[in-house]
Design a protein around this ligand. Structure first.
Ligand SMILES: NC(=O)c1ccc[n+]([C@@H]2O[C@H](COP(=O)([O-])OP(=O)(O)OC[C@H]3O[C@@H](n4cnc5c(N)ncnc54)[C@H](O)[C@@H]3O)[C@@H](O)[C@H]2O)c1
Ligand SMILES: [Zn+2]
Length: 350
């Protein structure tokens, strides 16, 4: 089931922006230089009179300083509490623009128009908004649902192919934690088909969003079940963080999560939650799409060290969400350092 505020459209004219927005006093669109160039021209004609503020793209821009720029343009334009914000962009712009809307004059309504695959199937659903602070990712933020999320997969045509493949990792994750049949279906998609958007993409996006929607509906503030969305992310984040400062080895989020899913499937296997066959099936498919990243033995200790910084830990234990047969997931599973090391070594040996 899709959340009622999520609209998956085949054409932007399917959603009547002008009628919907007529209840608001002013409309402002936030975009970055890429979505301004590639996506805004498609959207513009569907909107009533509006303002446009463009910020620079990139995770390093996801800061309170950039929020000041956005709050400033809202203030200078004289936006009141009946104004409306449209966030046209990937997860960085959506998280930050949503946060600015949710806090401006104690909150104005906003809409997410996600333009990357990652933001369409993951970031735009679930109400988490915010920015990075000092060295901490998503450190300052709020939970607030948008009025509408408009998903238009044609935007993905201009997206960098590595970014597209990166977002696909979350689609694989959603299938592994909640839908065995969907994983079977995904396994038929080749890298070539993925990069040419050469299959029924809308169906896959909509299915993936519905998995995330259902999980967050049951547990909006991550007290329990929502933790299953972290499958692949405990070791995946550590690997992502470790290679982040190394320009030639930097991994996109989904590329790191793909490695994390292999490692954490191995942990699921050693806990006897999945069979050897299931483990092989998962590894074979992920390696087919993402290839193998070389992780030298000399990096392993430092990567492991980074898992202790994970936000989800408590009392010095590293807790994992692991799959219990493909299509099911359990959470809060304590894993020892030795087991984590074996899991990364398992990937290295592939
Ligand atoms: N709120 C949540 O629940 C949640 C979940 C997952 C991730 N996130 C956040 O999402 C962010 C990552 O999002 P992302 O992967 O979308 O990255 P992003 O927003 O940085 O976008 C990636 C790049 O693609 C460009 N781009 C966007 N749409 C385009 C298009 N249609 N054509 C051409 N270029 C385009 C952007 O300008 C940017 O350069 C992270 O900050 C992460 O914390 C949030
Ligand atoms: Zn992720």
């Amino acid at each position: 089931m899709l959340n009622s505020y999520v609209h998956l459209v085949n054409s932007l004219s399917e959603f009547n922006f002008k009628t919907f927005l007529s209840q608001y006093s002013k409309v402002i669109v936030f975009a970055d230089e890429n979505t301004n160039r590639y996506c805004y021209p498609l959207l513009k004609e569907h909107l009533p009179e509006h303002l446009l503020t463009i910020i620079q793209s990139g995770e390093e821009q996801k800061t309170l300083q950039t929020c000041s720029v956005l709050w400033n343009s809202m203030t200078e334009a004289g936006l009141d509490r009946k104004s409306f914000v449209i966030n046209l962009g990937g997860g960085v712009l959506g998280d930050m623009g949503g946060f600015c809307a949710a806090t401006y004059k104690r909150g104005v309504d906003f809409m997410q128009i996600p333009t990357t695959l990652l933001s369409q199937v993951d970031a735009s659903v679930g109400g988490k908004l915010g920015v990075d602070f000092q060295d901490f990712k998503n450190h300052i933020g709020v939970f607030q649902d948008p009025q509408k999320v408009i998903i238009f997969s044609d935007f993905l045509k201009t997206l960098d192919r590595d970014e597209l493949r990166s977002g696909f990792a979350e689609i694989i994750k959603h299938a592994l934690i909640k839908d065995n049949k969907q994983f079977e279906a995904l396994k038929n998609i080749t890298l070539m088909q993925l990069q040419n958007l050469d299959f029924e993409f809308n169906k896959i996006i909509s299915h993936s969003i519905s998995i995330k929607s259902n999980v967050v509906l049951n547990d909006p503030t991550e007290k329990g079940e929502r933790k299953i969305l972290n499958f692949g992310h405990t070791l995946g984040h550590a690997i992502e963080s470790f290679y982040l400062p190394k320009p030639n080895q930097k991994l996109l989020h989904g590329e790191a999560i793909a490695i994390g899913m292999i490692c954490e499937s191995y942990l699921s296997y050693i806990k006897s939650y999945i069979t050897k066959n299931e483990l092989n099936e998962i590894c074979d498919y992920i390696l087919k799409i993402y290839g193998k990243v070389k992780i030298p033995d000399s990096d392993l200790d430092s990567i492991l060290e980074l898992t202790t910084h994970d936000k989800k830990n408590s009392h010095g234990n590293v807790k994992f969400s692991l799959i219990k047969s493909i299509g099911n997931c359990v959470f809060d599973i304590i894993i020892s350092n030795n087991e984590m090391m074996d899991a990364i070594k398992f990937y290295v040996s592939k």
